[in-house]
Write a protein that binds this ligand. Structure first.
Ligand SMILES: Nc1ncnc2c1ncn2[C@@H]1O[C@H](COP(=O)(O)OP(=O)(O)OP(=O)(O)O)[C@@H](O)[C@H]1O
Ligand code: NI
Length: 334
């Protein structure tokens, strides 16, 4: 059984100007221990997908259709209490802004400690299980271990510091530690390293990858940065204007993209090894979500567009090593 299985998810926002179809029929699965990257330009529906998984879409948003199964359970039919139990325990989230995760008025150590205690009935980090959870002192020891594991120097002293006393990279590490503290089965990460210095980002990605491998955690990592996907992810899902355009192993998709959209995304990455080469700039904008074309969402910007692309959004063709929503792949479909 997959850790996460999303089928035909549709998430809409009913606004005064009309219905925004943020997510329009996406499928996505993640197996235990697998790191899946979700990429696409701004506005393609990545964050809305993540909040739909946790049933956290706020008014005027609604999940209009589709199912989300976590470990076989239908998440969208769980009660608020059942969801609260999953969130932060078996499923944890990491955001771009750590200040969304931390309370500024409490020490970082105290907050990690509270996360551990509140989810102690659930699956517990092996380290914590080994230490036992009967005493506050043991919880503190487990938190200090975790701060150490995510590479925070002097973890014993840092335990009593407030969030604002941490640097950007350090508070990001503490958030990774908090997300992994209860040994979650699934981590949803929404651009957590965006905006960090590249070398700090590389360190955090390396450390995160090692930790989730050790814990066999399934991960959905949202980013608009394909170089992050290349470093971190086993599989990649390329999203555009609420649709999945291509899904496959990172290796296959990045080395030989089948969808012209994936190709365009790859071509727009600056090449440090070839600084003289003119960078490709994708023309046009992501279609207005209130006014999306009926056909392929990418048709207006696609260098390989054909007449029929304007009539229907292509179905997904399975070409063996991936699935591609593009008529160009039809001939290769199995
Ligand atoms: N509360 C809301 N009301 C109306 N529309 C919304 C709301 N939240 C999101 N949307 C719309 O849903 C679409 C998808 O947004 P989403 O935040 O998922 O994009 P994203 O891929 O995460 O982009 P980014 O890379 O900028 O984070 C966008 O068109 C956005 O304007
Ligand atoms: Ni987003």
């Amino acid at each position: 059984m997959s850790v996460l299985q999303i089928d035909d998810l549709h998430t809409y926002f009913d606004t005064e100007s009309g219905t925004v179809r943020a997510v329009e029929g996406i499928d996505l699965t993640i197996e235990a221990g697998e790191i899946v990257g979700l990429v696409g330009e701004s506005g393609s529906g990545k964050s809305v997908t993540a909040s739909s998984i946790m049933d956290l879409v706020q008014h005027p948003g609604r999940i209009a259709d589709g199912t989300v199964r976590y470990d076989g359970q239908d998440v969208l039919s769980l009660s608020e209490d059942e969801l609260a139990e999953l969130r932060g325990g078996e499923i944890s989230m990491i955001f771009q802004d750590p200040m969304d995760a931390f309370n500024p008025t409490q020490t970082v150590g105290r907050q990690l400690h509270d996360v551990l205690r509140s989810h102690r009935e659930g699956s517990v980090h092996p380290l914590v299980r080994a230490l036992g959870l009967d005493h506050d002192a043991d919880c503190k020891a487990a938190v200090v271990e975790m701060l150490d594991a995510v590479g925070i120097p002097n973890p014993e002293a840092r335990y009593s510091d407030y969030p604002h006393e941490f640097s950007g990279g350090m508070i990001q590490r503490a958030m990774v530690g908090m997300a992994l503290l209860c040994d979650p089965k699934l981590v949803l990460a929404d651009e957590p390293t965006t905006g960090l210095d590249v070398s700090i980002e590389r360190q955090i990605l390396g450390l995160f990858k090692d930790l989730v491998e050790e814990l066999d955690t399934a991960v959905l990592w949202i980013t608009h940065d394909l170089s992050v996907v290349a470093k971190l992810c086993d599989r990649v899902v390329v999203m555009y204007a609420g649709k999945v355009m291509e899904v496959g192993s990172t290796e296959a998709v990045l080395s030989d993209p089948a969808s012209p959209y994936t190709q365009a995304l790859l071509d727009s990455i600056p090449r440090y090894d070839r600084p003289d080469e003119e960078m490709y700039v994708m023309e046009g904008d992501v279609p207005d979500p209130l006014n999306r074309p009926d056909g392929c969402r990418f048709a207006d910007r696609c260098p390989e567009v054909h007449d029929r692309c304007h009539d229907h959004h292509p179905p997904r063709f399975d070409t063996g090593d991936r699935e591609v929503a593009c008529y160009l792949a039809e001939g290769d479909a199995e």
